[in-house]
Structure formats: C-alpha cells, structure tokens
Ligand binder design. Structure first.
Ligand code: NI
Length: 137
C-alpha cells in the first residue's frame, strides 16, 4: 500500500466544557482546556491518502493539490479562530482533538477524488496526538 501524507499547521483556541457536568467536574476532566475564556493550541494536522501511483505522473496524489484541498476545506475555517464560537461544523460540540479529527474526516473525505483518505492525525501538542481512520461512530 502506498501512503502519502501532507502536514499543515493551524492555531486555534477552544474551551472544553460539558454543560451536563458540574463546574468542578469540568475542571477535573479538562484542566486548562476548561478555562472559561478559552485557551490556544498550535496544532499540527497530517492528512494521509492511500492509493496507487498514476502511471503517467508516478504520484498517488499531487501534494500541491492535496494541500489546496486541506487549506480550503479545513485550515481556512479553523486557523486563528475560536473553535467553539467561529467554526460552524463544530457548533454545539465539545472541540476535543478527537472530535476535530472526526469532523475533519467528514469534510475532507468527499473532497479527495484521487486516492482515498486513509488517516487524519492531529497533534494538539508535541506529546498529545489523535489518529482517526474513519469508521466507527
Ligand atoms: Ni486546550
């Protein structure tokens, strides 16, 4: 299997808070991410497409094209935004990195016509990483 990955960065703020839980529970679960006025992360997004190399170009997908798709579909919506307040596809969701990865997948999957979306990987920080490969609920 051939896998091709494009890496992009975005910065955004968020607040993780579940209104069904008490303030103390929210604080215990989400820590800094529960800060009432939100706080920021410098995210790294890696999108991987699987496929066969085109006999003419030798490429699974043109990485310039992949970059443009990711930029338009995802980065332009989330970069330098407040994920809870500014991003329509995250409305009424708790914007954990897990939720971001699944919502990104939904938007991106239909835009990739060459090869097949294989994986979305988001680094929320250097040491915290979420991977989504589609499927599940
Ligand atoms: Ni956070």
């Amino acid at each position: 299997m051939l896998l091709v990955t494009k890496r992009l960065h975005f910065s955004a703020s968020h607040r993780l808070h579940n209104a069904e839980l008490s303030d103390q529970e929210n604080k215990d679960i989400y820590g800094k991410c529960n800060n009432p006025n939100g706080h920021g992360h410098n995210y790294i997004l890696e999108v991987t497409v699987a496929g066969k190399e085109d006999p003419k170009t030798g490429m699974v997908i043109d990485l310039k094209l992949l970059k443009e798709i990711i930029q338009k579909t995802l980065i332009d919506q989330v970069d330098h935004s407040h994920l809870n307040l500014d991003v329509s596809f995250l409305k009424n969701k708790i914007p954990t990195t897990e939720v971001l990865a699944k919502e990104f997948w939904k938007l991106l999957e239909k835009k990739i016509k060459t090869g097949k979306l294989y994986e979305i990987k988001i680094f929320e920080s250097q040491n915290n990483v979420v991977i989504y490969r589609g499927g599940g609920k």
